[in-house]
Design a protein around this ligand. Structure first.
Ligand SMILES: Nc1nc2c(ncn2[C@@H]2O[C@H](COP(=O)(O)OP(=O)(O)OP(=O)(O)O)[C@@H](O)[C@H]2O)c(=O)[nH]1
Ligand SMILES: [Mg+2]
Length: 164
């Protein structure tokens, strides 16, 4: 089965997005040899079945915490077909360095700007087309808690898939 890994800093909405994408067949288990819990589920996007992995929060690909080490090992060992990097739209600049690290590691990255409801309330505006051009990866705005942007994200994943 194809795999999608959801990664990003702690508290950006990775697990909310995971739950929106995977309504069935969810399992939670400790990553082998650790006490870190990893959730796995399945989703169907444009008739392609994917395993979705909710990884622990990470700030960098160079791990300091056990959680970060697990997230890194998932990316290296499980070779996901897609990596969804979830960012808090209020803290775009601080979080983009991880996006660049993921891209440089030759992972197939989609950038999700989540919590856009709060970002917009704070007056944050983000030009996603410009970001897409600069980063050369798909960029999608979401409000995961309200299901906003999820269809768009799925469309971008299947469009990416067809280009492989
Ligand atoms: N307003 C708003 N809140 C959100 C959104 N997405 C997630 N949240 C909230 O953000 C908090 C963190 O969400 P989680 O999904 O647990 O974050 P996480 O990235 O899995 O965090 P870790 O597992 O600790 O790394 C929760 O209280 C969510 O309800 C969003 O789009 N808008
Ligand atoms: Mg989580």
């Amino acid at each position: 089965m194809k795999k999608i890994a959801i990664v990003g800093n702690p508290n950006v909405g990775k697990s909310v997005l995971f739950n929106v994408l995977t309504k069935r067949y969810v399992t939670v288990s400790n990553y082998p040899g650790t006490t870190v819990e990893v959730s796995r589920g399945e989703t169907l996007i444009d008739n392609v079945k994917y395993e979705v992995i909710d990884t622990p929060g990470m700030y960098s690909l160079l791990p300091i915490t056990e959680e970060e080490a697990v997230a890194r090992r998932i990316l290296i060992n499980e070779k996901p077909d897609f990596v969804i990097h979830v960012i808090d739209g209020k803290n775009l600049e601080r979080m983009l360095s991880l996006t660049l690290q993921l891209v440089e590691a030759s992972l197939r990255v989609l950038l999700v700007l989540n919590i856009m409801d709060e970002a917009e309330k704070e007056g944050v505006t983000i030009d996603t087309h410009l970001l897409e051009k600069e980063l050369n990866i798909p960029v999608v705005k979401t409000v995961s808690t309200a299901g906003i942007g999820i269809e768009d994200l799925k469309k971008r994943i299947s469009a990416h898939e067809r280009r492989l």
